[in-house]
Each structure stands twice: as C-alpha cells, then as structure tokens.
Design a protein around this ligand. Structure first.
Ligand SMILES: Nc1ncnc2c1ncn2[C@@H]1O[C@H](COP(=O)(O)OP(=O)(O)OP(=O)(O)O)[C@@H](O)[C@H]1O
Length: 599
C-alpha cells in the first residue's frame, strides 16, 4: 500500500503507487467511438464547485497534503496450499437432453464425451466409487506479487488494453448495448496475474456436453481462475465440501451452478440441490443463471422467495434457489412441499452473510439441520472475515478451501475514490452534481438507511432526474419491477440500501457511489463494515470491466472510517478535492473514460 502523493494533480503521477485514472482507463480504450457519446456531459467542476471548504484551509492545499493515512503494515498472508485432489470422474454423466438444442453460432471445439452413468441416484453412486478419501485441499490465488512497497500490488504485466466481454453476443462478438463496442476478454484471461486467468478450457473440465452447450450459449469462452480451480474440486467424486473465495464479478455463480446442474438426477422430479441467497433479488438472478446454463438439459429450477410459491404446492424442480425464510417455511411442512432427504447439495451464496452470527446464521443452520448429514456443502463469497471463516469451516467440515490473500479481495479495475463534502447537505449537492456522469452508463448509489434512500430519490426526482429507489420496505412485486427496469437499462440510477450490495450482476453498472460509509451497526459498535464496502463496490467492474467507486466523506468520523477501510484493504483511495476545479474536471474525465470502458 502507498500513501497518497503530494502531487497537485492526481492525474500527473502516473508512476508509483497511485494510478492515473484517466490515463489508465484511456489506455484501455481500444475504441474511440464512445468518446463522442460521452463528451456531451457537462463539466462536473462547474456543478460541484464550492463545497467541502475547510475554513482553516480555504484553498484546500493543506488538506491535499494530508491524505487519509494508510498504515504501512503488510496484511498477514494466509498459509500456502498443501495438496490438491485429483479428478476421479465426471460428476454429470448421462444427463439426457430432451430439449432440442438451439443452434450456437460460436462453434466449440469437439465436446468431450463423459462416460454414461445409469440413471438413478447419481451422487450416491459416485460416492460409492472411491469413498471420501484424500485430504482436503486449500488453495490460495495470487493475482499479483507484492513489490515490497508496503504490500501494494505491482502493476499487472499483461496487456490490459482490451476489455472483457462477459455479455458478448455469440453471433457477432459484440456486446449488445448502446455503444456496440467490441471488447475482448482474451488478454485478461491469458494474464496469470488476473483473477480471470485460467490454464484450462471449459472442455478440459469434467462437464457434460449439454452444460458445455449452455456455457457457449452464455458466451463464455474460458473459465476464470475460480471456475478453473473450484470446478474440478466440486465435481470430484466422492463429493467434498468446498469453501471458495474469489473477487466480486469473477464467475462464482457459474461455478456453483454448474456443480448443482452436474449433481442432480434429472429423472427425479424433486429438489436435490438447494441454493440459499441473502436476498430475493439475488435468488431471482441465480435462478436465471441456472436456467441459462442448464438450458440444454432437462433439469428444472424453482424459486423459493416470498410470493414465488403457492402454499401447499409441491416442488418438482431439481434445483431450488431461495431465501432462508421461505425455505424454512417450506421445510417446516415435513415432506409436503419437497422431501429434504433427497437434497444432496447445499450451496450458500454470499456464505459469510448467510452464516453471520447477528444475521442469517441461525436460519441457515436450522435449514442445514433439516437436511441429510453428509451432503455436499458449497460456500462461496468474495469475503470471509476471520470469525465467519471459522464458522464456515465447522459448517462445511473437511472442505477443500480456496482463499484470497487480504490484499487481493478487491478488483484492481475498480478505481476507488473518496470525495470530501462539507456536511450532509453537501453530500446531496455532490450527488445531484454527479447525476449526468452517473447516467452515462448505470450507477448504484448506496445509503445506510431506507429513509435516506427515499429522501434523496424524491429530491432528485423533484429536480427532474430519473432515479429509482429500491429497499426492503417495498412490496415484493415492486422490488422485482424496479430491479428489472434497472437491469434492462430503463432506469439508469438506482438508489438503494444494502439489499443489492451483494451478488447483483449488471454489467453496465460502471459507477458505484457510497453515499454513506457502511457500518456494522450497534452490534459492531458502528465500526466501518469493510465487507459490505467490498461487495458494494463490486457491483461495478464485473468480469474484467472497469468501474469507479466513489465514497462520500463529510466529517471527521467518516474520514476516519474511510481511513480504516483503506487500511483493511491495503489500498489507498484517491482523494477528490471538491474545492479544486482541476481535480473535479479530472474526475469527470476519468469517470467518462471508465464509463465507456465498461461497455
Ligand atoms: N467464464 C466466463 N467468461 C465470461 N464471462 C463470465 C464467465 N463466468 C462468468 N461470467 C460472467 O461474469 C459476470 C460475473 O459473474 P458472477 O455474477 O458469477 O460473479 P460473482 O463472482 O458471483 O460475483 P459476486 O461476488 O459479486 O457475487 C456475469 O455476468 C457472468 O455471466
């Protein structure tokens, strides 16, 4: 980590620890056509000028020389991997495809033909193959070496000038969006320092051909690092628990989804894989991923969130995705809704949240107790704080583990900035002034409280801005509609609480604003909530895309909190001086470049 340089212009220092945001993002601009589309944005400086003035430092120069201090200790490393399991066989064999496969324009390499296993209880028959032998594996990714400079990551070596293409159309190779920019993932996936890097191809993984077809239909060309590492461990027989950590937006969902699709028996029309998510929004999204990746299999999925299920209705889908409340409700009815004894895989997405002692942990543990012992427990998250990690290890005993080093948990392509405001009211002014920038792409504004989200939404709307607010007090259907219209681009700015802080994957989101510093609430002594910060900013920078995350600082306390976050992440944030026209114009420029790069 580095401390902030004393440079007058933060865009000048393009060497050393700090990054010239504008130059870096511009360097990745292999296409210029977007530039025209964004040059119409009015000057941010012209709209922001004049706030956050410290009376003792009217020019702002003193403050600029005193960055939020970042302690110089290197975060402790976790132990190195010990062993790795061999692959014993294919986890999905003999899945019948009774749906007519649709033509895929990207012709894949010849598909591997997994051995056909007789229908029936696939998991148990695999289990019989070779027992639960072999030591669990712990792996640690490293997406960069430390340069001896207080643990700050070295700049990546590989070419970074082309963008990812998670949303690529299989027909054209173009992202379907407003700007039609061709962006390639190839270079990032060839760079060993990238979390998207993999040695293997999907074809080399033990996946059924119908799942490979689903993967191609999603436009995925190569696995990410977590997919490459986790899938063989997940699909290995006998099934073993797995705790997997990987940065936000690196494809964890596909990893656990492919495992669920591989592990269920399509001929048995009852839930065999359960996936628990912390919000209805995430459960709905995950079900879509299951449907997409499984579209060439006969496997069905169902949703277990409030309003998704008619009381008394028996679930006949093999994969059930839901929130703990609804799943507990279903399970409390014995075998009437589904037979828990048939469950063989339990996935906790956002596992640290699902196991949090003050939160969902109780419900999750209760659900687990209603399921058979010895099922495969799969826990994924971008964050695993130490206390939860211990609980996770007892929840999923003898698990194979994939953990990140502390300094690796945030995505390098998300540029983290903080913006000083002079009090609460100025925060609102800053947000209003950022509106045009926020609508070049799409943005999510996170607030601590629902009331604040509603209040600023109303004010912005009264001033003629188009924004929507989403939080847990809204009706289920309204929640679904609001997120759907944000997802399809009808709404450009979403003002929300932590309800969408985790897991939500909307590739066009190129800016996240932390209107409030997230905190741990009364149980956590109102300390800053580092994990929530990581997940919030992870709503941008998905699968190799670039993004900007701005956090508002408006008093001594929030200043301290942001310093704590920097310390915990081992990364310094660039300070934006709201009294400096130059800084603000540079910020605007950097945002524009970042925004176009995510498309
Ligand atoms: N191998 C791949 N190639 C290209 N795109 C991919 C690949 N795997 C996943 N993606 C895409 O990357 C995006 C992010 O994936 P996903 O939502 O699974 O990330 P995640 O790791 O679960 O993130 P989070 O920690 O925020 O939950 C999705 O749009 C997904 O479709």
């Amino acid at each position: 980590m580095t401390s902030e340089p004393n440079s007058a212009s933060w865009l000048d220092d393009d060497e050393g620890g700090e990054v010239d945001l504008r130059k870096e993002f511009a360097a990745s601009d292999s296409t210029n056509n977007i530039k025209e589309a964004i040059t119409s944005v009015p000057s941010l400086a012209s709209r922001l000028g004049g706030f956050a003035i410290d009376p003792s430092d009217p020019s702002g120069e003193v403050a600029k020389q005193q960055p939020i201090p970042v302690p110089t200790t290197t975060p402790p490393s976790r132990p190195r991997p010990e062993t790795s399991n061999n692959l014993f066989g294919k986890a999905l064999a003999g899945v019948k495809s009774d749906r007519a496969p649709e033509p895929i324009s990207t012709v894949p390499a010849p598909l591997p033909q997994p051995p056909v296993e007789p229908k029936g209880d696939r998991m148990r028959s695999q289990h019989d193959d070779d027992g639960w032998g072999g030591p669990p594996t712990t792996q640690h990714f490293t997406n960069g070496q430390t340069n001896g400079n207080n643990g700050h990551l070295q700049p990546q070596d590989g070419p970074q000038d082309e963008q990812s293409d998670a949303g690529m159309s299989a027909d054209t190779g173009l992202i379907s969006n407003d700007f039609q920019v061709e962006v390639k993932l190839v270079d990032q996936q060839a760079d060993p320092n990238s979390p998207l890097y993999s040695v293997k191809s999907f074809e080399a993984l033990p996946l059924h051909e119908d799942l490979l077809k689903g993967i191609y239909a999603c436009g995925f060309k190569k696995p990410s690092k977590i997919q490459e590492k986790a899938l063989p461990l997940l699909l290995n027989n006998p099934p073993r628990n797995l705790i997997g950590q990987s940065q936000s937006g690196t494809g964890k969902t596909a990893a656990f989804t492919l495992n669920m699709l591989s592990r269920v028996d399509p001929s048995n029309a009852t839930p065999q894989a359960l996936c628990l998510c912390p919000s209805r929004e995430l459960a709905r999204q995950t079900q879509e991923v299951v449907e997409k990746l499984g579209q060439f299999t006969p496997i069905k999925s169902a949703l277990a969130v409030p309003g998704s299920w008619r009381r008394g209705e028996k679930i006949q889908a093999q994969i059930l995705i839901g929130t703990p409340g609804t799943l507990t409700d279903m399970l409390s009815r014995g075998t009437r809704i589904f037979d828990p004894k048939e469950i063989r895989v339990l996935v906790l997405d956002e596992a640290d949240e699902m196991l949090a002692l003050q939160g969902l942990g109780d419900q999750t543990s209760r659900i687990k107790r209603m399921l058979p012992a010895g099922i495969q427990n799969v826990l994924f998250s971008a964050t695993f704080p130490d206390a939860v990690q211990r609980f996770a290890e007892s929840f999923a005993p003898e698990a194979n583990k994939i953990f990140l080093r502390k300094e690796e948990v945030t995505v390098e392509a998300i540029k983290q900035l903080y913006l000083e405001c002079d009090g609460e009211e100025q925060k609102y002014n800053a947000l209003a002034a950022l509106y045009d920038c926020m609508t070049i792409g799409q943005s999510i504004v996170f607030c601590k409280r629902k009331a604040v989200a509603d209040r600023i939404t109303q004010r912005l709307q009264e001033e003629g801005h188009q924004v929507a607010s989403l939080h847990g007090d809204k009706q289920n259907q309204e929640r679904d509609q609001i997120l759907d219209s944000f997802r399809n681009g009808e709404t450009k700015v979403l003002i929300t609480t932590n309800v969408v802080a985790r897991g939500i994957d909307i590739q066009q989101v190129n800016m996240v604003v932390n209107y409030d510093v997230p905190d741990l609430g009364p149980e956590g002594n109102f300390e800053p909530d580092i994990e929530t910060y990581i997940h919030r900013i992870g709503r941008t920078g998905r699968f190799g895309r670039k993004g900007c995350a701005v956090i508002f600082v408006h008093d001594e306390r929030s200043r301290r909190e942001v310093a704590t976050i920097q310390d915990a992440l081992g990364k310094s944030m660039r300070r934006i001086d709201a009294t400096s026209t130059t800084d603000l114009e540079q910020l605007e420029e950097a945002l524009k470049i970042a925004m176009k790069s995510v498309n």
